[in-house]
Design a protein around this ligand. Sequence first.
Ligand SMILES: O=C(O)CCC(=O)C(=O)O
Ligand SMILES: [Fe+2]
Length: 212
Amino acid sequence: MDLFSALLDEPLNILPTDGVVNYYGEIMPLSDSDFYFERLLNTIAWRCDQALVFGKLIETKRKVAWCADTVDGKPFAYTYSGVTKHSIAFTQELLTLKRLVEQHSNESYNSCLLNLYHSGEEGMSWHSDGEQDLKKNGAIASLSFGAERKFAFKHKRSKQVISLQLKPGSLLVMKGTTQQHWLHRLPPTKKVSEPRINLTFRTIDTPELKQS
Ligand SMILES: O=C(O)CCC(=O)C(=O)O
Ligand SMILES: [Fe+2]
């Protein structure tokens, strides 16, 4: 570990160049991550994700939800993949998890995208999280529950691929210029039959959202 990382108590950067991705491993015991998995599965208003692809509305098997802080408690509208989504309020569990992730990563976040993959057959293809309203070079913190899955990064120019396993209860933080230079994906696999829930905490840079 380099001195800077050691001073910050930050794990090593898993990217060789052009960005920073810190994998913290499990930040809670398995009993806690099992508890959060069940709570999130049963209390979140999960919906299929929608995207406009070549003018056609596509629905994913993967389910999503999106939480954001708001100034006056009203749902916040946010457009990505050509479709406008409306936020739900942060639940108690999500606020607790947001605080935990903020403490570990030493960053703050004002929104959270939740993904539910029913089995290994569902994944997410190569993309970067470069939505317009996301804070430029802001940190994105990814917390995983349920089935362990492989996660991969691919450099946009050199095509170099770096992959790792995301354990239940683990935290991965992408920051700096990562989204400019690297794609990431959750590859589908026949080897996993159990469901997985992933939360990505982000900062949306807009006057409508309070910066907490
Ligand atoms: O499920 C994951 O681990 C990643 C999800 C993701 O990349 C995203 O929501 O943008
Ligand atoms: Fe992503």
